[in-house]
Design a binder for this molecule. Structure first.
Ligand SMILES: Nc1ncnc2c1ncn2[C@@H]1O[C@H](COP(=O)(O)OP(=O)(O)OP(=O)(O)O)[C@@H](O)[C@H]1O
Ligand SMILES: [Mg+2]
Length: 383
């Protein structure tokens, strides 16, 4: 028997995987309407005259917004997985933008007048449903591209569903040349159902509440960390998130449901700087950082980067789960930089508090300067 989305949620509650949440059930009900429409279109056999008939006007898509950890991505995943149509794509917004930029670059090389058109035409041919997770607009180039692209996709009958932490009016807030962005906000308001997920809980925090988040020594923590990762991501397939910072590629090797998992060496043994760590902090809600070693003047550069990383995570209210060789205060006890490390140790302590990361909600994404071709923190994915 075909279960509706609210029924699937109910079942997961009864299985103990989820807490009951009427707000989520209500949104699932709205998504169910979209799902039913999409499936019906696919199932409909064109009559004799069918292929000459005008295609049916698609319903409004959904712009689902709300605070962190409310279950937006979970609902979007549920909706996309359950919608039984072949022409669908669910993609992280940044990854999608990276594809768009790549396609535009290729089109320009071929001398195409409207570099966005080939990509939009292909998407219209390939898709009936496009779901973007975590829409964020942080540069005017992207702002303009996204506006036109949405228009082209909607005109082509593609149903768009997107999640965001902000209402449409607050997208690209205080951005340069924002007036040029305002028509896009009107388009979102006019052509999409803007829905706030008002769920009272940050479920990610719930999942972490009371959980140990600092493990030492690292060698004994692997199983515990793997269990936290599995719980937070609920088995969602991780992607490699490629952040484009000032034209350079910064890779987060494993990312799912707002959670990134990396080793100390992956993040601190590469030539990364403050802008890169800020981009990482604004791209993730939770960072699982494994294998922080004992630090000293012999690995001074790594230690310095680690300090910068912790500062960026702290400023960005990112939840940190880590495994380390020792207690924060004993990580860096000799050599140049020990004095500065005291603040990092103190932050590492503070970030272990059960309610850390919740205070003040999520700050607005920082404006990180990017090259005009490159979307900020643009991840592409490799599944
Ligand atoms: N009703 C629920 N009961 C228990 N866990 C839930 C519930 N809803 C969501 N979760 C879990 O909470 C975590 C956060 O959910 P999700 O990633 O969907 O939040 P979000 O609204 O997309 O947050 P963000 O704005 O940070 O992207 C996930 O692990 C998700 O599976
Ligand atoms: Mg999300």
């Amino acid at each position: 028997m075909r279960e509706t989305l609210p029924q699937i949620l109910d079942r997961r509650v009864s299985e103990g995987a989820f807490r009951p949440d009427p707000q989520q059930t209500a949104v699932a009900g709205q998504l169910e309407t979209l799902r039913a429409w999409l499936e019906e279109q696919v199932a409909r056999k064109p009559g004799l005259l069918g292929r000459f008939a005008k295609p049916p006007v698609p319903p409004k898509g959904m712009y689902l917004w709300g605070g962190v950890g409310r279950g937006k991505s979970m609902l979007m995943d549920l909706f996309c997985d359950a919608t039984d149509i072949p022409k669908k794509r669910r993609v992280h917004f940044h990854a999608f933008m990276q594809d768009v930029h790549r396609a535009m670059h290729a089109a320009r090389k071929q001398g195409v007048d409207d570099a966005l058109a080939p990509f939009a035409d292909q998407a219209v041919a390939d898709l009936r449903l496009l779901a973007f997770d975590e829409m964020q607009i942080s540069d005017i180039t992207d702002a303009m591209i996204v506006g036109r692209l949405f228009q082209m996709l909607m005109a082509g009958g593609v149903v768009i569903v997107t999640t965001s932490n902000r209402p449409p009016e607050d997208l690209y807030k205080n951005g340069l040349n924002r007036a040029a962005f305002l028509p896009f906000i009107d388009l979102l308001r006019g052509r999409m159902e803007v829905v706030e997920l008002q769920s009272p809980h940050d479920y990610r925090q719930h999942r972490l509440a009371g959980a140990q988040v600092y493990f030492q020594p690292a060698s004994t923590a692997r199983a515990a960390i793997a269990a936290i990762w599995a719980d937070l991501t609920e088995g969602a397939t991780p992607i490699a998130l490629h952040l484009n910072v000032n034209g350079r590629d910064v890779e987060l090797p494993r990312y799912a449901r707002g959670v990134a998992r990396a080793s100390f060496w992956e993040l601190c043994a590469q030539p990364l700087g403050p802008a890169d760590y800020l981009a990482i902090a604004s791209a993730v809600r939770v960072l699982i950082l494994e294998d922080i070693p004992s630090l000293s003047s012999s690995n001074y550069n790594e230690a310095k980067r680690f300090v910068t990383l912790i500062d960026a995570l702290y400023e960005g209210h990112v939840r940190l789960i880590c495994s380390a060789a020792d207690e924060p205060e004993r990580l860096y006890i000799e050599g140049e930089g020990t004095f500065e490390f005291a603040r990092t140790a103190s932050r590492l302590r503070e970030m272990q508090a059960a309610d850390w990361g919740r205070i003040g909600g999520r700050p607005p994404p920082r404006q990180i300067k990017t090259s005009s071709e490159a979307p900020t923190g643009s991840p592409s994915r490799s599944r």
